[in-house]
Design a protein around this ligand. Structure first.
Ligand code: F6P
Length: 343
């Protein structure tokens, strides 16, 4: 049995741990052969691959990024032909493909599965926005990085009596903003799932000022809007092959409004990829490893069109089609628990 692996979309902590886990168990227990497609679907379309042996993966578990490279290439976008993926698999005698990615990569994987390709998915993304799993790997590493930033920002905000607005990745869901903001003890958190007005944000900050606190932290998800805005803010109008614009800018807008309305010096921080890059947390290393073990077992059991998922403390196997059917957003009840601490 020959198995291919690819990593697609934005990188995150834990990708190498999944790769090690798949290759390790696949070779040691099942005697499979492995190749890795380079740069996500691009490598699968262009037949650009490398062999993967035990020695190639032996030390990679703690490393950030992905040894296979990644891209936002979409096999179904104009100019690409999904048949080329099938052709590559035929040419290289590959029996099954494990796609490690978020909703875009796994959405394409599901479409290929429906065309007859033997595919298994592993849920990756710092955004934690995939359905059918309690958590994607990469999420907790991003949350930890953002929380560390907030701890640092708090001391400088306090020294300079400032408000600091921190805008974090997360696309159309507020998971990363909510978890980091809550863990980092932010004074207000804005997420796409619940819309505040600028007046609401200022009222929270003013309440804090009245408590004698002359510094504050605001965390805002890149996809959050205020009631004054018509739509999510984007850096420009260009879209990637999956049709996404690059979000960003809402934090700067908020910072300007806060400074003007409250006459309170305000700074804006946009850490972007600094939150996503770097080594995975211990939690993500183990979660990723467990996902990899489950994925190679799916291949062994010929359980295709499936995705490894976390349900409570257990790894379960779910339908890929259900996982990519929708975006997993923050439940309002959970957000309201964090909201108690605002202001
Ligand atoms: O999907 C993961 C993510 O990190 C989003 O949170 C963010 O909007 C996007 O990727 C950034 O994409 P890129 O790395 O292509 O700039």
């Amino acid at each position: 049995m020959k198995v291919a692996i690819l990593t697609g979309g934005g990188d995150c902590g834990g990708l190498n741990a999944v790769i090690k886990s798949i290759v390790w168990k696949g070779i040691k227990e099942y005697n499979y052969e492995f190749v890795g497609f380079l740069d996500g679907w691009k490598g699968a379309l262009e037949n650009n691959h490398r062999e993967l042996t035990i020695n190639d993966v032996i030390d990679i578990l703690p490393e950030g990024g992905t040894m296979l490279g990644s891209s936002r290439t979409n096999p179904f976008s104009a100019g690409n032909n999904p048949e080329d993926v099938e052709k590559t698999m035929e040419e290289e005698n590959i029996d099954a493909l494990i796609a490690i990615g978020g909703d875009d990569t796994l959405g394409a994987a599901n479409k290929l599965y429906q065309r007859g390709v033997n595919i298994v998915g592993v849920p990756k993304t710092m955004d934690n926005d995939l359905e059918c799993t309690d958590m994607t790997f990469g999420f907790m590493s991003a949350v930890q990085a953002a929380t560390d930033h907030l701890d640092r920002l708090k001391t400088t905000a306090r020294s300079h009596h400032r408000v600091i607005v921190y805008e974090v990745f997360g696309r159309y869901s507020g998971w990363t903003a909510l978890y980091a903001g809550w863990a980092g003890d932010a004074d207000v958190i804005l997420v796409p799932e619940k819309t505040y007005s600028i007046e609401d944000v200022c009222a929270c900050l003013e309440k804090r000022r009245q408590r004698g606190k002359d510094y504050a932290i605001v965390v805002v998800a890149e996809g959050a809007t205020t009631t004054e805005m018509d739509e999510m803010m984007a850096e420009d109008e260009e879209t990637d092959e999956f049709g996404h614009v690059m979000l960003g800018g809402v934090g700067e807008y908020l910072a300007d409004e806060i400074e003007e309305r409250l006459d309170w010096e305000t700074r804006y921080i946009q850490p972007r990829h600094i939150v996503r890059g770097g080594t995975p947390t211990a939690y993500d290393r183990i979660l990723s490893s467990r996902y990899g073990l489950a994925a190679i077992d799916c291949v062994k059991n010929k359980d295709f069109g499936k995705m490894a998922a976390l349900k409570g403390q257990e790894i379960e196997i779910v339908d890929l089609a259900n996982a990519v059917a929708d975006t997993k957003t923050v439940p309002v009840e959970l957000f309201e628990k964090a909201e108690i601490f605002f202001g």
